[in-house]
Design a protein around this ligand. Structure first.
Ligand code: PEP
Ligand code: MG
Length: 900
């Protein structure tokens, strides 16, 4: 019989920490903490497989589930010595969601379940606290009505507000027992009006209602959106945790908190957390009250704090990673309610990984595996330009809050998530300002540059979600008085209206008026250390796609070991070193294109030659000692000619032909299918003069640099080859031009001539192509396009449906971003094998966009490429992925006992 329920309690657990997929992160954590002897209330977890069954069978439970829940409930009652709904010694439970991947606040929770008119009295007697018992009851009725039945929260909140104003009190803590009792009665009346039924007294009915609500919340709009945004796929569903309630709201000797074993913002080894005295459950996370720091808790509850510190040490050692823990203190006794690997800022990811490796808590390999590609991307956070005068900043300061996620952000203030999405859709940069955020706001939070809330601590919803994204976030900014209706806020007496510019400094929590210039920061030292460890491990080389000396410099800074693709045509339209000369370049190339004889073309090309030579000198200089792969002209020439009449006239006048000649030539160049047209190396077959000029520029530049003492390693690359003979013609032409120049100069210069593999035919006949080519570079943008028959320029219109789980869900990822290993990958593998069969030393790389995608880089390693080439900002991602795959292979080999 399938097992759908796992028990934990009294030091024993059926599950363990490894069983996240089945028990969810929360269930696995509770089981594991129970096993290692930490104080955890007893309970049981209904598995994610039950949830999967539920959705696959039209929201029906597995047949065995009822009996298994009943059995485990009895066991829970025995363990606790209490009974659900009992009129003497009632057991109360929480019913919480928990999937294998943390989805903060996205799914449902119900607390204090088991209360009814009988058991609430018993609870009042047991605790000798009637006020507490009825407060718990009204919370339960409120949560159940909203979460299980779906009654609007606002109507329930409104009743609470009316009751408080009738009693003339401001805080919940001032409401008396009879106040809460009245509110329960009102809620129940409301329940009957809205549903036509009485509020369920039967605890079994309550329990099954709650279990169903938690399962259903897996498919709620906000949860589905969150998974899409976070790219969470392949999970079975949520587990349901039914756990004995412990109370943080029984008085000033109780409370509830969230803490991290290290600071999730900076990564420092400091105990970090928030604590609310006399509060229950979600109050901290919801960010409704601004909590106290743990230092303050240490003063108020020294014994519990010491115990919490012990738990911190045990859990961090046990899991060998920073933990994010939830706990409750009930009458001075500590209970751990959750532990999970804590989300952290990218900076903290590096710091913790390196620190933990240095502390020998983990290995250097582990440290490398801990970093995700997104962590690297997000390391390059913008900050406020430090050159800006301090006085200027001080004048602009509006308010200060808690620095939840570092980095700075600039945008226009908007006060609702929906407006944030609308404004962002029309290209505006926005800052989302809220009193607090809730899971409904994720769409708006995602598109915002930064997030600002008036309430909440570092563990509030806004902070947790923003941290996961590495998005600048300030919370607990209490001096903001936000008026949603009027769409403005008062910040310490200054008015900020919707659409006004704001700048946030998430590193120190300051909010500024206006649009302040930002710059990118220096990388933290831990980044350098970790990347060094990664470089020591990887086999794969990492080059960059760079067309200009400026890009090349950036690429080297990012750790590139050469250029894997210089798209020479990118130099045709802009002179990056002398922008004022861009127009001359454009005219020279256009003159070449409209020329109607080889001589006229040569004349035009002669004008382009000095520009190209200068470009290459720039690249070789920056890349001193590293290979530079230069690709000869690739796109259809039609892309370079003027299409407007005025520009056509200008060109005609400049080269001394009539405008009709230009118009005719432009017309001639038009193709029905330019991507499969006269492009790539076909251009050099038709117009060998272009090849000659480009090779001349490369070789002359190389000789000049070599003479200056630089080490130059040119690799001349022909694009889009489809046949051995075709490449042979180009290769001979290339070598003829190059060797003649070298000989004339009386120098020795080594260079390679090779080709891109971008067409299925070239990959299939790689053995023949390799007879000529000294290197292959897989151009996987075109190869994906041609293997799949999908236009790289247009497929974006429908590919999202192919990737969306809720739509067609045909591909796991966009094949233009992540290599289609099954199809395109097969051809690559074939091409490498066949190519190397002919030429064992054939150098092989990749220069399509996939060279900067971690998953694709790992594939490139596995098929034995020599290097990947990625755009400069993605170079570190490629370096990291290349190291991770080496470690992953080592681990896999160890696991299968085939240790290398
Ligand atoms: C490719 O096709 O993968 C490639 C790198 O060339 P381009 O993107 O310039 O066509
Ligand atoms: Mg291409």
């Amino acid at each position: 019989m399938a097992k759908f329920v796992y028990f934990f309690g009294a030091g024993k657990a059926e599950g363990n920490g490894e069983m996240k997929d089945l028990l969810g992160g929360k269930g696995a954590g509770l089981a594991e903490m129970t096993r290692i002897g930490l104080p955890v209330p007893a309970g049981f977890t209904i598995t994610t497989e039950a949830c999967d069954y539920f959705f696959k069978r039209d929201r029906k439970y597995p047949r065995e589930l009822a009996a298994q829940v009943a059995k485990n409930l009895r066991r829970l009652e025995r363990t606790t010595g209490k009974k659900l709904g009992d009129s003497k010694n009632p057991l109360l439970v929480s019913v919480r969601s928990g999937s294998a991947r943390s989805m903060p606040g996205m799914m449902e929770t119900i607390l204090n379940l088991g209360l009814n008119e009988k058991s609430v009295k018993a609870l009042a007697e047991d605790t000798n606290n009637e006020r507490f018992a009825y407060d718990a009851y009204r919370r339960f009725v409120q949560m159940y009505s909203a979460v299980v039945i779906g009654l609007p929260k606002e109507e329930l909140e409104q009743k609470l507000r009316v009751m408080k104003s009738r009693l003339n009190v401001k805080e919940d803590t001032e409401v008396s027992a009879s106040g809460w009792r009245e509110l329960v009665a009102e809620y129940k009346k409301h329940f009957r009006v809205k549903t036509g039924k009485g509020f369920p007294e039967d605890p079994q009915e309550q329990l099954w209602g709650a279990i169903g609500a938690v399962f259903n919340s897996w498919m709620a709009e906000k949860a589905v959106t969150y998974r899409r945004v976070e790219k969470i796929t392949g999970l079975l569903g949520t587990a349901v945790n039914v756990v004995q309630m412990v109370f943080g709201n029984t008085g000033d000797n109780s409370g509830t908190g969230v803490c991290f074993t290290r600071d999730p913002s900076s990564g420092e080894k400091e105990f970090y957390g928030d604590f609310l005295l006399n509060a229950q459950g979600e109050d901290v996370v919801a960010g409704i009250r601004t909590p106290m720091h743990l230092d303050e808790m240490a003063k108020r509850m020294p014994k519990v704090y010491a115990q919490l510190q012990r738990v911190r040490r045990i859990l961090e050692h046990h899991y060998r990673d920073m933990q994010d823990m939830e706990f409750t203190v009930e009458n001075g006794k500590l209970y751990m309610l959750q532990t999970r690997v804590g989300k952290r800022t990218p900076m903290a990811t590096f710091k913790m990984a390196v620190d933990m490796a240095n502390e020998k808590l983990i290995t250097k390999d582990d440290a490398i595996l801990r970093v995700k590609p997104e962590d690297i991307e997000r390391l390059f956070y913008p900050i406020i330009d430090p050159q800006l005068p301090r006085t200027d900043l001080t004048k602009r300061k509006l308010a200060a809050g808690i620095n939840a996620v570092p980095g700075a952000a600039v945008g226009k203030a908007v006060f609702t998530a929906a407006e944030a999405e609308q404004w962002a859709a029309r290209g505006e940069k926005v800052i989302l300002v809220r009193r607090e955020t809730s899971p409904e706001d994720v769409g708006g939070m995602f598109v915002a540059q930064g997030i600002l809330t008036a309430a909440g601590g570092k563990t509030s919803h806004a902070a947790v979600v923003a941290r996961g994204w590495g998005k600048c976030c300030i919370v607990g900014c209490e001096n903001l008085d936000i008026d949603y209706e009027a769409k403005h806020m008062d910040a310490n007496g200054r008015m900020v209206r919707q659409g006004d510019w704001l700048t946030l400094d998430g590193s120190d929590g300051t909010v500024y008026a206006g649009e302040i210039p930002l710059i990118l920061p220096q990388l933290p030292p831990a980044y350098t250390t970790l990347m060094k460890w990664a470089d020591e491990r990887r086999r794969l080389g990492v080059r960059a796609n760079a067309d200009t000396p400026h890009d090349a410099r950036k690429a080297r800074e990012m750790g590139a070991e050469g250029i894997g693709l210089c798209r020479t045509e990118h130099m045709f339209f802009k002179d990056f070193e002398q922008p004022e000369r861009s127009h001359d370049r454009q005219l020279a190339i256009q003159e070449m294109i409209v020329a109607d004889s080889p001589d006229a073309r040569r004349k035009a090309l002669a004008k382009l030659l000095p520009f190209q030579r200068r470009d290459f000198i720039g690249l070789f200089t920056v890349m001193d000692g590293c290979p530079v792969t230069i690709r000869l002209v690739d796109p259809p020439l039609h892309e370079f000619v003027p299409h407007e009449r005025a520009k056509q006239e200008e060109l005609a006048a400049r080269i001394g032909v009539d405008v009709e000649t230009v118009v005719r030539r432009v017309e001639q160049l038009r193709e029905a299918n330019p991507m499969l047209g006269h492009r790539g190396c076909r251009l050099a077959i038709t117009y060998p003069e272009i090849l000659e000029m480009q090779v001349q520029a490369i070789i002359e530049a190389a000789i000049e640099c070599q003479k200056k003492g630089l080490k130059v390693i040119p690799e001349i690359m022909h694009p889009l080859t489809l046949d051995r003979k075709e490449l042979q013609i180009l290769d001979e032409a290339t070598r003829r031009v190059a060797d003649e120049i070298i000989e004339k100069a009386g120098v020795e210069l080594e260079y390679l001539v090779g080709t891109m593999i971008e067409l299925p035919r070239a990959a299939l006949l790689a053995d023949e192509i390799a007879e000529v080519a000294e290197f292959f570079s897989f151009g996987t943008n075109d190869l994906t396009q041609t293997v799949m028959g999908l236009s790289r320029d247009d497929a974006g219109r429908f590919l999202p449906d192919y990737v969306d789980e809720k739509k067609a869900g045909i591909f796991a990822a966009d094949p233009f971003q992540t290599l289609d290993v099954a199809g395109v990958g097969l051809l690559i593998q074939w091409g490498i094998e066949r190519g190397r069969a002919t030429r064992p030393k054939l150098e092989v790389g990749i220069c399509g966009e996939h060279g900067g995608d971690a998953q694709s880089v790992k594939f490139c390693h596995q098929v034995g490429m020599d290097y990947v080439s990625a755009s400069p900002y993605l170079v570190p991602i490629a370096r990291l992925a290349a190291a991770q795959i080496v470690i992953e292979e080592k681990l896999a080999a160890t696991r299968t006992g085939k240790k290398k």
